[in-house]
Ligand binder design. Structure first.
Ligand SMILES: *[C@@H]1O[C@H](CO)[C@@H](O)[C@H](O)[C@H]1NC(C)=O
Ligand SMILES: *[C@@H]1O[C@H](CO)[C@@H](O)[C@H](O)[C@H]1NC(C)=O
Ligand SMILES: *[C@@H]1O[C@H](CO)[C@@H](O)[C@H](O)[C@H]1NC(C)=O
Ligand SMILES: *[C@@H]1O[C@H](CO)[C@@H](O)[C@H](O)[C@H]1NC(C)=O
Ligand SMILES: *[C@@H]1O[C@H](CO)[C@@H](O)[C@H](O)[C@H]1NC(C)=O
Ligand SMILES: *[C@@H]1O[C@H](CO)[C@@H](O)[C@H](O)[C@H]1NC(C)=O
Ligand SMILES: *[C@@H]1O[C@H](CO)[C@@H](O)[C@H](O)[C@H]1NC(C)=O
Ligand SMILES: *[C@@H]1O[C@H](CO)[C@@H](O)[C@H](O)[C@H]1NC(C)=O
Ligand SMILES: *[C@@H]1O[C@H](CO)[C@@H](O)[C@H](O)[C@H]1NC(C)=O
Ligand SMILES: *[C@@H]1O[C@H](CO)[C@@H](O)[C@H](O)[C@H]1NC(C)=O
Ligand SMILES: *[C@@H]1O[C@H](CO)[C@@H](O)[C@H](O)[C@H]1NC(C)=O
Ligand SMILES: *[C@@H]1O[C@H](CO)[C@@H](O)[C@H](O)[C@H]1NC(C)=O
Length: 460
């Protein structure tokens, strides 16, 4: 079993500089707290809840650089040219045209690296007796993890529709931040984008090495947006059993949660002007792995990955809240279906919070009760934030079929034949050696913050 200190790990970038986002960023959570303190009054409790969750031990960038013997300040990286990761994104319609989000990471990919060392430093990952498929998946995913961010990179980009340039000259992106991340909106003249309803355009970085293309969904101002977590909602990860969670994330082909691809396909057909947004706290370096899997099994959509510069657990919650806030502010007339699961404590806080802030924009909140169908799930979870919501707007489901016949458009979110068993407090089973609980007492929290074990964690 992993010791909690081996699992509690902070992602640290060589130079973590909290520079403000270069883009017209949405209101930060901290300013929302002061502007509407009643809405986020539970922010402290929520941040603590974020600790009480399953954590997968992924090596830190520091560990990776050491393993690869790459000193980020040395000339080793200087000879590698800069690559770009463009994350599939969304665009809203404005009077000036489509306002497209350019969101991604500048990085360098060390070549010919031996990942056998890397997988050894993934704490608790056992890689004996793998077959060829498993070996190549492990190689691909650990290599992706070894992408080294490039601070302050500059890129130019373009937009294509069906292979035809929509932009007449290269778009200059704002300089990436100290973690190599960029996130901004650029408006593209309406007349150049043809068609109605939900459309897709191709986006690309013009001056990076390697694959640099992506997609942006042009989302009409009215309609329904489905926002979904990925791990243990769409794919079976079992983050609540850490050893299995790691194996399922790094070694095994991804496996769908039964019935969910069919449910999403049904929603794609039935819901008006529907768009899909996948929000995960998986590290941004694994974006391509996730995109490949998602777009082969679920409707095309936009993604939100975990930011690089996370240094404490409450920032995971902040990242969730900020990405939801950005969506709700970008699409003020759309209604949202939010999908999550009980093993993701950040969502059990973030969904009720956004629902209180924008009650008129909530269609339904669906939470998969992972402990009701998987006896391996012994992680406690806390549903108390849901008590503040209208109980006709949220529903704890067990399997996809529980949601199949709901008339979401008419406001039906509850399948009354499914017992809810929700008592607005800590739920779930007793811990055993298979599950890891991070103790949430303030003393432990302080010790954790000071202890600063450097690593990269995944809270889902
Ligand atoms: C790299 O350089 C930065 C700034 O000069 C410094 O803060 C950092 O400690 C250096 N990192 C290493 C691994 O030497
Ligand atoms: C390798 O293992 C995976 C996962 O257990 C399995 O799905 C796959 O069929 C195996 N592949 C081969 C070539 O044996
Ligand atoms: C891993 O595989 C994906 C396809 O699933 C590919 O797009 C990506 O470039 C590969 N990554 C690396 C680092 O080889
Ligand atoms: C990107 O442009 C900015 C502003 O022009 C400059 O300060 C920075 O050094 C450039 N970044 C790189 C990696 O060249
Ligand atoms: C891309 O082009 C811009 C504008 O010419 C330039 O500032 C930037 O350095 C280039 N980026 C890379 C990674 O070559
Ligand atoms: C699209 O335009 C950009 C400049 O804006 C150019 O570099 C690129 O080659 C063009 N691509 C196509 C497919 O025409
Ligand atoms: C991008 O920057 C270049 C060089 O600074 C400039 O010539 C060009 O007009 C800019 N493009 C746009 C679309 O603003
Ligand atoms: C782009 O191509 C798709 C599929 O070939 C087609 O359905 C669509 O109408 C095209 N859109 C435009 C604007 O040409
Ligand atoms: C990038 O382009 C390749 C080749 O056209 C395509 O297979 C891939 O799906 C594209 N990637 C994204 C994220 O759109
Ligand atoms: C479009 O999105 C931007 C960025 O979130 C937002 O500031 C703006 O208000 C939105 N415009 C409309 C018309 O909704
Ligand atoms: C509620 O409890 C019943 C009886 O223990 C169980 O069968 C059911 O799966 C539970 N429902 C949920 C949503 O957890
Ligand atoms: C919702 O709350 C009302 C009272 O406010 C209660 O009568 C009803 O049983 C609750 N419904 C569910 C599904 O818990």
């Amino acid at each position: 079993m992993l010791s909690p200190t081996a699992i509690i790990a902070i992602f640290a970038v060589a130079a973590v500089v909290a520079s403000p986002a270069p883009a017209p960023a949405p209101q930060a959570v901290s300013s929302v707290v002061s502007a509407a303190s009643s809405i986020f009054s539970s922010a402290t409790g929520a941040a603590e809840n974020a600790l009480q969750t399953a954590i997968l031990a992924i090596p830190s960038l520091d560990d990776i650089e050491k393993e690869l013997r790459l000193d980020p300040n040395s000339s080793d990286l200087a000879n590698i040219s800069t690559s770009a990761l463009l994350i599939p994104s969304y665009a809203n319609q404005t009077d000036q045209g489509w306002n497209i989000r350019f969101y991604g990471l500048a990085y360098k990919q060390p070549q010919n690296i031996s990942t056998s060392g890397l997988d050894k430093i993934i704490n608790g990952l056992h890689t004996d007796n793998l077959n060829d498929t498993e070996t190549s998946l492990l190689q691909n995913r650990t290599t992706a993890l070894a992408s080294i961010p490039v601070p302050h990179a500059n890129f130019t980009a373009n937009v294509l529709q069906n292979g035809t340039n929509v932009t007449s000259q290269p778009l200059n992106l704002t300089t990436a931040d100290a973690s190599g991340e960029f996130d901004q909106f650029i408006t593209v003249s309406q007349s150049r984008v043809i068609g109605n309803g939900v459309q897709v355009v191709e986006t690309g970085i013009l001056n990076a090495t390697g694959p640099d293309n992506s997609t942006a969904i042009l989302v009409p101002s009215q309609g329904i947006s489905v926002v979904s977590d990925i791990d243990d909602v769409l794919r079976i990860t079992k983050v609540y059993v850490p050893n299995q969670g790691l194996f399922n994330s790094f070694v095994e082909p991804y496996v769908n949660v039964p019935g969910i691809p069919e449910l999403f396909a049904q929603w794609e057909k039935k819901l008006p002007n529907v768009s899909f947004h996948y929000d995960t706290t998986t590290p941004v370096q694994l974006t391509r792995t996730y995109v490949d899997y998602l777009f082969n099994n679920f409707p095309l959509g936009s993604l939100e990955m975990r930011p690089v510069n996370i240094s404490e657990p409450s920032q995971i919650l902040d990242a969730r809240q900020n990405s939801l806030l950005k969506l709700f502010q970008t699409f003020p007339q759309r209604k949202f279906v939010l999908v999550g699961d009980t093993s993701s404590s950040t969502l059990l806080s973030a969904y009720p919070q956004i629902a209180q802030q924008f009650p008129q924009q909530i269609a339904c909140i669906f939470i998969r009760n992972t402990s009701s169908t998987d006896s391996d799930d012994k992680l406690p979870y806390d549903t108390s934030d849901f008590q503040k919501l209208d109980n006709s707007t949220y529903f704890f489901y067990r399997v996809a079929e529980d949601l199949a016949n709901l008339d979401i458009v008419s406001g039906q979110c509850v399948n009354s034949s499914i017992p809810q068993n929700v008592t607005y407090g800590e739920q779930g089973g007793v811990l055993d050696s298979a599950a890891i609980l991070i103790n949430t007492s303030r003393a432990k929290l302080a010790a954790w913050a000071v202890g600063a074990v450097v690593g990269l964690f995944m809270v889902v």
